[in-house]
Design a protein around this ligand. Sequence first.
Ligand SMILES: Cc1cc2nc3c(=O)[nH]c(=O)nc-3n(C[C@H](O)[C@H](O)[C@H](O)COP(=O)(O)OP(=O)(O)OC[C@H]3O[C@@H](n4cnc5c(N)ncnc54)[C@H](O)[C@@H]3O)c2cc1C
Length: 373
Amino acid sequence: MDHVETIVIGAGVIGLAIARYLARRGHEVLVLETEAAIGQHTSSRNSQVIHAGIYYPKGSDQQRLCLRGKAMLYDYCASRHVGHSRCEKLTVAPDASRVDELHDLVARGAANGVDDLYVISADEARKREPALACAGAMVSPSSGIVDAPGLMLSLLGEAQEAGAMLALNAPFLAARQVAKGFAVDVGGEEMTLTCRHLVNAAALGAWDVARGIEGLARGSIPTRNLAKGSYFSVPGASPFEALIYPMPQVGSLGVHSVQDLGGGVKFGPNMQWVDQVEYSVDPSLIPGFEAEIRAYWPGLPDGALQPESSGIRPRIWGPGDAKQEFVFQGPDVHGVDGLVQLFGFESPGLTACLAIGEHVGKMLGAKEGTRWS
Ligand SMILES: Cc1cc2nc3c(=O)[nH]c(=O)nc-3n(C[C@H](O)[C@H](O)[C@H](O)COP(=O)(O)OP(=O)(O)OC[C@H]3O[C@@H](n4cnc5c(N)ncnc54)[C@H](O)[C@@H]3O)c2cc1C
C-alpha cells in the first residue's frame, strides 16, 4: 500500500493553501479532489472580495485570520502577479436615519483592528460615484477584489513546485485508523493509501467525509446547513469604481455590487436556506434584486438583470440559530490523532486562505524556517 505523509481532501482555495504551506515546509502532501478540475465549488462561486475584517466577533478566529489573511493576500498577489485591485468599499446608508449607524460601524471596525475606516457625506459619495444614491457612506480603503481562479492556480503551482501532488477525479470514500495514521480509500482509480495526517478541507462535502472516517465520534460532527447565494449581472461596464454594499444584515452582507477585474459587474449574493447543493439561478428573484439594487443605484435599467451564478455557504448554524464562526477541529475536539477537520468555512475564507493554510500547517506541526518558508 502506498504511503504519503499528509492527505488533504479538497482542492478549493483553502485545501490548496494548506497543501502549499505544508509542502513548502518539507511535508509530503497529496491533495485529493473529487472533480476533474480544482476550485469548481465555493472558491469560484463567490464575490471575490478581499474583506477588511470589520464585522467578525472581536478575538474570533474569523477576525484574526481575516486581518492576517488580508495582509498576506495583498502581498502574495502583488509578488506573484495574481490579478487583484484595492478598489475600496463604500457601505451606504439609504436615508438620513441610518447615518449614525455608519459611525457605529467605524467604531466596530476600529475595535477589530481595522483602523482606516471613515464616513463621507452624500455629496462626497456622489462626487466619487456619480451613479450612487445614498445619505452617506463608510469608506473601507483596505477592501478589494481578487481573481480567485488565478489565485488557486498560483497556489497549486507553488505547492507542486515544492513537491505536493494533486489527484483529480479522486474522491475520498472512507478512512480507517491504522498504526500511526489512516488507511484511506480513494474512488476513481480505486486505490487505498496510508497517511500520517488527514486534513478534511472538503467544504460542502466535509460532513460526508467526516461520516466516512471510521471511529470518529459522530457527536463531534456539527450540523450541516446550506445557505445559497445567487448573483445577477448587467451587460456592459460597472457603474461604480468601488464595491458598493448596503447596510449589513443578519447572516449576510446584503446584495452588493462587485466588479470583476475586467470592468464588468455583478450583484449579489442573496441568502436562501437550501437542502442540497444545486447551483441554478432562479429568475423569479429578479424583482427582489431590482428593489435592493435600486436603493443605491436608481439608474438600474428595467429588464437589465441576467442570472449570473450562485454559490453555497457551508454553515454550522441554521435558521433561528445565533451566527457561529467556522471551526478547526483537531484531536483536542474529536480525539483522533493526526486528523484536522474544517467546518463552516464561509466568508472570509477566500480572504483568509493563506492565514488558514498557515494555521492548519501549525496544527500539524509544520515548522517555520524550513526549506521554502
Ligand atoms: C456566495 C458566497 C460569497 C462569498 N464571498 C466571499 C468573498 O467575497 N470573500 C471571501 O473572502 N470569501 C467569500 N466567500 C467564502 C469563500 O468562497 C469560501 O470560504 C472559500 O472559497 C472556501 O474554500 P474551500 O476550499 O473550503 O471550499 P471549496 O472551494 O468548496 O473546496 C472544497 C473542495 O472539496 C472537494 N470535495 C468535496 N468532497 C470531496 C471528497 N469526498 N473527496 C475529494 N474532494 C472533495 C470539492 O469538489 C471542492 O473542490 C463566499 C462564499 C459564498 C458561498
